[in-house]
Design a protein around this ligand. Structure first.
Ligand SMILES: [Zn+2]
Length: 453
């Protein structure tokens, strides 16, 4: 395809999923696809990454638009797709230089019209797979056969003059450059020499510094070694002293243990002795108290025995005295009877007899032999003569002397009623003959009681 010399050629490049060029075409061909004259089944149902390029007559890229385009299942362009590519390219911002100064570049991250941003994509710029580089090479190869017409004569001359000027300039520049390069190389060599020298010096300095440092380091290590040795010695000394102290402590502990045992033993002994003492004291006390008690008991017993002896002696004495009394009395009686008997005998011999009057018994002649017993108890003698007991006789005698009722009431006053006198004691019954009619007691018990009373 032939373009005017001042015209920009336009082309479209499809990139595959691998990031490489899949297809390149003239823009007019792309327009045919856009108008659905040419179906593209290889893109059916996919979204393609496409680049719009404008190229100058020196086959250098001037502008790039990285845009996306969708295809239907039939391989036709998405009917909604509508991007004003030339307008975007015209208003695109400056990008990198691809040989003719900075190009105009429109992509997702550098879109002049924000509205279209989502329909653009960003090229891969990484080294090795730089898509801008790929595009530059592709355009230089010119497989599409892009051609430009020659410029008119005047323009051509101007171009030629410019070209010769340019050539001259280039030559001068080359010469200058070579000279400059030589000088630069010399200077560079000098600089390198200086640098090497400096490096050597620095290296030597470094070596010296290092050796100094090493020496210092060695000295220091030696110092530290000495210090460590000293410390070790001190530590060993300390350990030894520690051990000695430990031994001393152990010895003292043992000594203390021994002392403790000794004193414990002593205490036990003392306790034992104490107990023994106490038991001995107890025994002593018991023995002593027993002895005392025994002594006291013996004394008391002796005293008691003495008393008993005394008592026995007294009793004996008493009975002796009593016997003495009886004997004396008998003696006296005998004496009396002897003297009386003699007198009485003489009286009896002269015809005198003893007669007594006793109530109830009347006149009683007392034989010489009975005089003694009569004199002893005339009442008993009379009772015996009457044939009653002495007490009966006495009760009767009382009635005989005062023949009244002998009854006494609760207040103790005597009844005192006169009664007929009973002449014979044998006819008398106490509680009967000595009571009035109203106080007479019936039954022998009462009379007996009264008799006895
Ligand atoms: Zn009476």
């Amino acid at each position: 395809m032939i373009f005017d010399h001042d015209e920009l050629a336009t082309a479209v490049v499809f990139f595959g999923n691998d990031g490489l060029v899949a297809r390149e075409m003239h823009y007019s061909e792309f327009e045919a696809i856009l108008d659905n004259y040419v179906p593209t089944p290889e893109w059916s149902g996919k979204q393609a990454r496409v680049v719009y390029l404008s190229i100058d007559n020196q086959l250098r890229i001037r502008s790039l638009v990285f845009f996306l385009i969708g295809f239907t299942r039939q391989g036709l362009i998405d009917p909604n797709w509508n991007l004003p590519l030339d307008k975007i390219a015209g208003s695109a911002m400056r990008g990198p230089d691809l040989g003719a100064g900075p190009i105009r570049l429109a992509c997702a991250s550098q879109c002049p019209i924000q509205y279209f941003k989502s329909m653009l994509w960003d090229p891969n710029l990484r080294a090795g797979s730089n898509q801008l580089g790929l595009l530059k090479k592709l355009v230089a190869r010119n497989r599409l056969g892009i051609q430009f017409k020659d410029a008119p004569e005047s323009e051509l001359n101007a171009v030629k003059a410019a070209a010769s000027a340019e050539r001259m300039e280039k030559q001068i520049s080359t010469e200058l450059r070579s000279e400059y390069a030589k000088e630069f190389r010399d200077q560079m060599a000098q600089m390198l020499k200086d640098q090497r020298l400096r490096t050597a010096t620095v290296a030597n300095d470094g070596k010296r510094a290092i050796s100094t440092l090493k020496l210092e380091h060695n000295h220091r290590i030696e110092e530290y070694r000495v210090i460590i040795e000293e410390k070790n010695r001190a530590l060993a000394d300390e350990r030894e002293r520690n051990q000695q102290l430990k031994d001393t402590i152990d010895g003292q502990a043992k000594k203390i243990e021994g002392l403790r045992e000794y004193f414990e033993h002593k205490i036990e002994q003392a306790e034992g002795v104490g107990i023994e003492n106490i038991s001995a004291l107890k025994d002593n006390f018991q023995l002593e108290s027993e002895a005392k008690i025994e002594a006291a008991t013996t004394e008391l017993k002796d005293m008691l025995q003495m008393r008993e002896m005394e008592l026995l002696y007294r009793n004996e004495q008493e009975s002796q005295l009593r016997d003495e009394i009886t004997r004396l009395r008998k003696e006296n009686q005998q004496l009396l009877s002897n003297s009386g008997e003699q007198l009485l005998n003489r009286l009896t011999e002269k015809g005198v007899s003893f007669v007594t009057y006793q109530p109830g018994a009347g006149h009683i002649t007392i034989p010489l032999a009975d005089t003694y017993s009569y004199m002893e108890n005339p009442l008993a003698y009379s009772a015996a003569q009457c044939g009653v007991t002495e007490s009966h006789y006495k009760a009767w005698l009382e009635h005989y002397q005062t023949p009244v009722c002998h009854h006494t009431d609760e207040q103790g006053s005597l009844c005192g009623e006169n009664l007929p006198r009973i002449e014979n004691p044998t006819d008398f019954h106490a509680g009967d003959e000595d009571r009035c009619e109203s106080h007479k007691e019936i039954g022998g018990a009462q009379s007996l009681k009264l008799v006895s009373g």
